[in-house]
Write a protein that binds this ligand. Structure first.
Ligand code: NAD
Length: 370
């Protein structure tokens, strides 16, 4: 195996990294099709700058597969199926696989009815919710997604230091004519758990008040979430005595609760609580703007408004006013050109996982300049 111990950050070529990750999932027991999908979406997260939902997840996904917590190559089951509504059981399949199936059901119903809703329960980790909003936007549809992670009790509500929410992401996608869609997609916690994971592996540090300790004081030490851990070992967020803080004071905390109630209770996934198995639930609405806007005002108005917002003068010299989805597009362009940076510990953990499923060859990793 190539020596990588002394490297702080490495750069990987996108295609080589994707192929490597794909092979890991094939060797771990997933079909070629599922392995390609999972690898593509994990690498897409890295490309878009969301390392928290990228290949750093490989060791966890493989562990979940081996423990039977996630099941390879599942087909969703339709529990309710009307012309505009579906309840879909992901049956503990890979989130990438079952959320794709659920999203395709929502898109198809929206095509037929102009408006649809899909409640997905019991999905493995669905990754970046933007992936699903982007699919809808590519069809010309607006979508709204409320997501929870049952069993993933990590976030303290406003006014408390005790965990009650998952990082419960919220996402809205809007197609924009002849331009990238507007994609607003974020965890309702100050940071997604994956960002704590990245920080714990030597990646980007958390802002000073991202977490909260059992003493009620804000902090950013990943040990508050994970307790004790070794460099490349799996992090267990159930162990730490602190919590991640809900974002946006009482308003963000309220949105987190609504993601739990819609993504958890309304889907049948269950709101988050200690002792449950991890599953993502997602409640999604899809709207065909062409059906609610026969005068075709919406596309022109969205384009005009995006331009108007982007013309707002930056508050910092040399800065830019961006719209949701733009930072991801900028990151993708840069990383496709320069490669994907990973911390040494993240890369070592992936290489160890590859070795555990019988892969010996490792893609060349260049030393990254900070
Ligand atoms: P974040 O804090 O980086 O916010 C991202 C959003 O803010 C994007 O829509 C982005 O375009 C927008 N944005 C960022 N900077 C901007 C700027 N300068 N101007 C305008 N818009 C800007 O995201 P996060 O909370 O760290 O979440 C990261 C990812 O984690 C998301 O994709 C989310 O879906 C995912 N997530 C998934 C789960 C799960 O259980 N599957 C849980 C939590 C988070």
């Amino acid at each position: 195996m190539r020596e990588i111990m002394s490297i702080k950050r490495v750069l990987l070529d996108t295609t080589e990294l994707r192929d490597f990750v794909m092979q890991i999932f094939v060797n771990a027991g997933c079909s070629q099709t599922e392995s390609e999908l999972v690898a593509r979406l994990l690498v897409e997260s890295n490309l878009t700058g969301h390392d928290s939902h990228g290949v750093i997840r490989v060791p966890r996904y493989v562990a979940a597969l081996h423990e039977g917590l996630m099941i390879a190559d599942q087909q969703v089951e339709l529990l309710v199926d009307t012309s505009s509504f579906a309840v879909v059981d992901g049956k503990y399949g890979f989130g990438q696989t079952v959320a794709l199936q659920a999203t395709n059901i929502g898109i198809e119903k929206c095509r037929q009815s102009g408006l649809s809703a899909v409640a997905l329960r019991n999905a493995g980790h669905i990754g970046r919710v933007a992936d699903w909003a982007e699919l809808a936007a590519a069809e010309g549809f607006v979508s709204v997604h409320f997501v929870n992670g049952a069993g993933s009790v990590m976030v303290a509500p406003f006014g408390s230091y005790e965990r009650r929410f998952s990082t419960a992401p919220y996402c809205v996608g809007v197609p924009v004519p002849d331009a990238l869609p507007l994609i607003l997609d974020f965890a309702t916690s100050v940071v997604a758990e994956g960002k704590v994971l990245v920080a714990s592996q030597g990646g980007k540090q958390l802002r000073a008040d991202a977490l909260i300790g059992p003493d009620g004081k804000p902090g950013n030490d990943p040990h508050l979430l994970y307790g004790e851990y070794d460099e490349t070992g799996l992090r267990d967020p159930r162990v730490g005595k602190g919590a991640i803080r809900a974002f946006g004071e009482h308003k963000g905390s309220g949105l987190a609760m609504m993601c739990e109630v819609l993504g958890g209770a309304l889907t049948g996934n269950g709101c988050t609580e200690t002792g449950r198995r991890f599953t993502n639930g997602m409640f999604s609405f899809y709207v065909d703007p062409a059906r609610v806007d026969p005068d075709e005002l919406f596309p022109k108005e969205v384009s005009r408004y995006v331009a108007f917002v982007k013309q707002a003068k930056p508050s910092e010299h040399g800065g830019h006013t961006l719209v949701p989805g733009e930072p991801e597009a900028i990151s993708k362009k840069k990383r496709l050109r320069d490669g994907i940076p990973l911390s040494e510990n993240t890369w070592r953990a992936i290489v160890e996982t590859a070795s555990s499923v019988g892969i010996e060859g490792v893609p060349a990793a260049k030393l990254a300049r900070d």
